[in-house]
Design a protein around this ligand. Sequence first.
Ligand SMILES: Nc1ncnc2c1ncn2[C@@H]1O[C@H](COP(=O)(O)OP(=O)(O)O)[C@@H](O)[C@H]1O
Ligand SMILES: [Mg+2]
Length: 347
Amino acid sequence: MRAPVVPLRREGPGLEPAQLTHRLLRRIIGQEEAIRTIVPYVELYEAGLAPAGRPVGVFLLLGPTGTGKTRTVEALAEALHGSDRHVLRIDCGEFQLEHETARLIGAPPGYIGHRETQPMLTQAKLNAAASERSSLSIVLFDEIEKAAASLGRLLLGVLDKATLKLGDNTTVNFERSLIFLTSNLGAREMARRTRQRFGLAAAAPAPEAGRTLERVALGAVKKRFSPEFVNRIDQILTYRPLDREAFERILDLQLEELHQHLAGRLGEAAFRVMLTEEARRFLLEQGTSAEYGARELKRTLHRHLIQPLARVVLERLARPGEVVRVEPAGGGGRLCFRAGAGSYTAA
Ligand SMILES: Nc1ncnc2c1ncn2[C@@H]1O[C@H](COP(=O)(O)OP(=O)(O)O)[C@@H](O)[C@H]1O
Ligand SMILES: [Mg+2]
């Protein structure tokens, strides 16, 4: 006779794993391998099968600037908890000096500043990063290469035993946490290799090129961090440089976000924006950067599209529900916005 099936613990409504993968793939372009590696750790946790005594998962996200490392963590928080603010985020750039690490754990009682220092990594803050939907907290140590060595030492215990001792001798438990470390270590060398082998405007690097990038990245990590530290990382994920198609899809995503933003902010008065093919091409040309990835695209959109749209709103050029047509103007260095009540050409 077969034993009755014991249902696994599930917390709250949760997200179906397939749905989670799907959502992340829609938001993060061109980094499928990373997403398909991360999601099973969430599943393990939601199924109640994550091992005790350590974090649910520890990931090191490597790769060039503006390829979606930080965005992946935000998108995961959005999918799991309903908001990308559900992340306990430590910007390691703020902890470049040895003594600054004390702000993370607070000073011991009796020390100067003990009362004023509210540590950044408390159990309450960790718990606040979870939500009714899921009790899994997402922790992000962003741009870890900038951190002082003392932060690395402090992290060892967190990564290994899921505990952190604070200045006041209490401990924080990270067993219900996914920990992400991001870094662009090795990115410059990776970029050099990509250019050498594929030319600047390369198509998607072939899988074996991906392996080369991984080796370069891992080499840089091993130079910077101790073997104990590297050993405690579950997965090292190398983000790929974005190709032309990825930039196009990211542009579409950002235009979609712009429409949501307009609808959210302007309510009934919201209008839509329609870019001609030439306008799209202009934004892509201005916003494609081997050095800054999609960050440059974001900046370009802000400067050439979003800022001029403020004038369209202030001058009441567009009626509610109207479609504003956007096309290149003059010599092609800027965009023109045409609506029923008139047009505006950006400076
Ligand atoms: N792969 C990607 N898919 C979708 N958007 C991306 C991707 N890479 C970058 N972006 C966009 O560019 C911005 C900067 O990317 P980010 O994830 O912060 O870069 P980094 O890899 O340096 O952490 C994001 O907020 C997002 O809008
Ligand atoms: Mg980042």
